[in-house]
Design a binder for this molecule. Structure first.
Ligand code: INI
Length: 180
């Protein structure tokens, strides 16, 4: 069987190849170096046995990436629903280069799961958009306690660690992009 590329497809390929030869785009990517940056972790107390591991994961990432002693503050709130407002106020205070939000919302524990999870996600996103400071989503949402445990360091990585890494990358990226 002979394969005949359509004229449209041939054009696409030609354009992509010539673009990659001509253009030398300047790529901006944040480095993974936490030295000199300040971070706040906003953590809820619900499901502490899981959220505690997310906090540990975030601290581990910051420490591995060289954060300075005294440059990390942890703020605790009762539930995940309370995270967005505090994250927004901390971001607006300009005392931190990034805010890391961690918490655990489990479907089986509340008929309000969808409301809480949606509002928390929307609020965290809004905190970043309204303050202009990176606010990172490190919230575990899961159907069961077992699933949540898996995302806090057992099987599927640690969402707090992931959020810590993201915060460092974004702190660097924003500094490179807007302060140099
Ligand atoms: N808060 C959580 O962080 N996780 C949950 O799973 C949860 N459940 O299941 O209800 C939860 N509820 C409390 C909520 O976040 C607020 O603290 C509360 O509604 C007071 O505003």
């Amino acid at each position: 069987m002979r394969l005949i590329a359509s004229p449209i497809l041939r054009n696409v390929v030609t354009i992509q190849l010539s673009r990659s030869r001509r253009l030398q785009p300047k790529v901006h990517e944040g480095r993974l170096n936490a030295e000199g940056f300040r971070f706040a972790i906003v953590a809820s107390r619900w499901n502490e046995f899981i959220t505690g591991r997310l906090v540990e994961g975030a601290l581990d990432a910051l420490e591995r990436l060289g954060v300075n002693e005294g440059s990390v503050s942890i703020y605790r709130v009762p539930g995940a629903f309370e995270i967005p407002l505090l994250a927004k106020r901390l971001a607006q205070s300009r005392r931190f280069d990034a805010i890391i939000c961690v918490g655990t919302i489990i479907r089986g524990q509340t008929p309000h799961f969808d409301y809480i999870a949606n509002e928390v996600a929307r609020g965290i996103s809004q905190a970043g958009l309204e303050s202009g400071v990176p606010v990172v989503f490190g919230i575990v949402t899961a159907d069961t306690v077992d699933q949540a445990i898996d995302r806090a360091g057992v099987k599927l990585g640690n969402k707090g660690f992931e959020a810590g890494m993201t915060a460092v990358e974004l702190a660097n990226l924003y500094k490179q992009a807007f302060e140099s």
